[in-house]
Ligand binder design. Structure first.
Ligand SMILES: Cc1cc2nc3c(=O)[nH]c(=O)nc-3n(C[C@H](O)[C@H](O)[C@H](O)COP(=O)(O)O)c2cc1C
Length: 396
């Protein structure tokens, strides 16, 4: 067993080393690294099955084979994040680095912050494969991973080790979930707060993934109130000065009445949250061009989710009077998309699916476009844009 593991590790290392050398030679030979990635690397990577290319991308970030971004963030992208300073407001969304293997590599790509997870208390394999699908025509993904996770202890160890690295100063959030067969769903989250509260810059209560049966029901008023009360209690039991921010990640499939209920819950001191993440993937298939995928079970992300997620950001911004910071996520693939989410009410944004189609240099491109749009809009800083056109993004 040990030998098999060693062999598999050596093989991964071999693949990454050969891949990295070829990549670096290619980049050196080609003076436009962005175009090189879009034209050569990403189409080749997309020849692999979706989960295999996801794993390869995580390995590439883990072994830091991408060249470090030398892009200097414009000062108008600098922002505050729960007492920390971010060089830019763009993060990698949960689900890419589920097990905290690739944090430093992701920071190298130019992200302002990194969210790892979803992490479950005990290790679990998730759903049977295949469970990730590219919908290229729609620039979308359907996934039903079902919280494949190395579990709290393995992820804690990796995160703690990463934090000890020299010059490490990344803002890292940990996205918490529950085990599939748990009999005590609330205490799975409570355990997550206790385990990761001391090492995370923020925690996310993820009750919005569509791939774990019954999970999204935890967004209902009574269940959410109970969950968040216990989560808050667990946080207050953490060591002094570890008032770790707690964010709630929501599904885009909620009705207005659900949103009102959620706001009523999070306004109560006992069940408050410090921020919202809007949104997770959708079970809706309404906006698909390629209808072959309509029946594929799982959560849909990318372009078809974009408008709904922006609309829901505006709804939550209005319902909370702009008092609770929102991380906007769903279908962002350009600076314009990010800008619109910020106008709708997001203070920060995250991306995932577009990276699969556009490659890692998308991060620099989005930052560049966003910075220009902020200036063109007559704003001094990204924070000044937040919520400025919120009402215009509300559902018609
Ligand atoms: C393959 C895949 C796996 C995901 N896994 C998780 C996860 O474990 N936890 C979570 O909260 N969100 C997860 N998400 C959702 C993303 O974090 C994000 O909310 C969603 O994809 C919308 O952003 P996007 O359109 O930029 O991808 C996953 C998304 C994808 C595509």
């Amino acid at each position: 067993m040990e030998n098999a593991k060693k062999f598999s590790r050596m093989r991964s290392l071999g693949i990454v080393t050969v891949g990295a050398s070829a990549l670096l030679m290619g980049i050196t030979a080609y003076n436009n690294k962005d175009r090189f990635f879009r034209t050569f690397v990403m189409p080749v990577v997309r020849l692999l099955p979706a989960e295999a290319s996801h794993n390869l991308a995580v390995l590439a970030c883990k072994y830091r084979v991408y060249p470090v971004s030398d892009y200097q963030d414009d000062v108008n992208l600098n922002t505050h994040f729960f007492g920390r300073l971010l060089s830019n407001p763009i993060g990698i969304a949960a689900g890419f680095d589920k097990n905290a293997e690739a944090i430093a590599g992701l920071k190298d790509l130019g992200f302002g912050f990194v969210e790892v997870g979803t992490v479950t208390p005990n290790a679990q394999e998730g759903n049977p494969k295949p469970r990730v699908f590219r919908l290229s025509e729609d620039k979308a993904i359907v996934n039903r991973y079902g919280f494949n996770s190395d579990g709290h202890q393995a992820v804690l160890k990796r995160l703690s080790e990463t934090r000890k690295q020299e010059n490490f100063n990344a803002v890292v959030g940990v996205n918490l979930g529950r085990n599939r067969d748990t009999m005590t769903p609330v205490s799975d989250y409570v355990q997550g707060v206790k385990v990761f509260g001391p090492v995370a810059d923020y925690l996310v209560i993820n009750v919005s993934s569509p791939n774990t049966k019954g999970l999204r029901d935890m967004q209902s008023k009574a269940k959410l109130a109970e969950l968040l009360e216990q989560v808050n209690e667990a946080r207050s039991g953490l060591e002094k000065n570890r008032n770790v921010p707690i964010l709630l990640k929501l599904s885009p499939d909620l009705e207005v009445s659900d949103l009102n209920d959620i706001v009523a819950v999070i306004k109560r001191k006992k069940s408050r949250v410090d921020g919202l993440i809007v949104s997770n993937t959708t079970v809706s298939r309404d906006n698909l061009q390629d209808t072959n995928w309509t029946a594929e079970a799982g959560g849909l992300s990318g372009e078809p989710l974009k408008a709904r997620s922006t609309e829901m950001i505006a709804q939550m911004y209005q319902l909370t009077n702009g008092k609770i910071p929102i991380i906007g996520v769903g279908g962002i693939s350009s600076g314009q998309d990010a800008y619109q989410k910020i106008e709708a009410g997001a203070s920060y944004v995250q991306i995932y699916t577009a990276l699969v189609y556009e490659g890692p240099y998308l991060v620099e491109q989005i930052k560049d476009e966003l910075s220009k749009l902020i200036t063109e809009g007559g704003h001094s800083n990204v924070q000044a844009v937040v919520g400025t056109k919120s009402k215009s993004y509300l559902p018609k």
